[in-house]
Design a protein around this ligand. Structure first.
Ligand SMILES: [Zn+2]
Ligand SMILES: [Zn+2]
Length: 239
């Protein structure tokens, strides 16, 4: 055994499970840290999301500040940042994590989300977006909660009931369902960070933010692992 092999450890990729050589750190030698990374091949498939729309980080043209989607919702003061674009690889990782119950994958992203949160903070409350109780029970965990594991989480929001098909709702019910969430604890004057796995249209976050503001929140921001990239977003601006 030479000096070089002494400093390398066999590690298993959290996602594809292939083994690879990893340079030993004092943490791994002391056994403080297990394999908590992706193999070099998987790491190469992660592309950090570049700067984009000032509000939601969606890619925009060179001299555009706000994307058309965010321009349609100027009434809510909200800023959202994500780690990665929701591309094929992210889709695979997130669905593995979410539906196959491979909750250990969350450890990949929770430290990175905590770091990202610092760029938007400071915050008084770190709030995971809740699932409906029925769905959380089915799945056994709430992904937003696991992804926020490196932040001091507070459960502020709840989802009162599973959303019924829109066509079956009366007008009043439909109006009530525009707010997906209810607020469980005092948020008066609080700077709030919302945490979720994917930012798609922003409807979920906007709904959470508006109910938090209605309850006296001072500011609401959000972080997610992935950001969906819409094709032809610019063309929708007239809608
Ligand atoms: Zn891998
Ligand atoms: Zn935007």
């Amino acid at each position: 055994m030479n000096w070089r092999t002494l400093l390398e450890l066999d590690a298993a990729c959290l996602f594809c499970q292939n083994t690879y050589k990893e340079d030993a750190t004092w943490r791994s030698i002391l056994g403080i840290e297990g394999a908590s990374e992706l193999c070099p091949a998987c790491r190469k498939k992660l592309h950090p999301l570049q700067a984009g729309c000032a509000v939601c980080q969606h890619p925009v043209g060179a001299d555009t500040v706000t994307c058309p989607d965010c321009k349609r919702h100027p009434e809510i003061d909200f800023i959202q940042r994500s780690l990665y674009p929701y591309d094929d690889f992210m889709q695979e990782i997130i669905s593995t994590f979410k539906y196959r119950g491979d909750a250990v994958l969350a450890t990949l992203f929770s430290p990175k989300l905590a770091k990202l949160a610092k760029t938007l903070g400071p915050f008084d409350l770190h709030v995971p977006i809740p699932l409906h109780h029925a769905r959380e029970w089915e799945r056994g965990f709430n992904q937003a909660e696991l992804l926020g594991a490196d932040l001091p989480l507070t459960h502020v929001l709840s989802r009162p009931e599973a959303t019924r098909k829109k066509s079956k709702l009366t007008r009043d019910e439909r109006h009530a369902q525009k707010t997906l969430f209810s607020v469980e604890t005092k948020v008066d004057g609080a700077r709030i960070l919302l945490i979720d796995d994917i930012y798609t249209t922003g409807a979920t976050f906007r709904s959470a933010a508006s109910v938090l503001y209605a309850n006296g929140a001072r500011s609401v921001r959000g972080v997610t692992v992935a950001r969906a990239i819409m094709r032809n977003m610019g063309e929708q601006s007239g809608k």
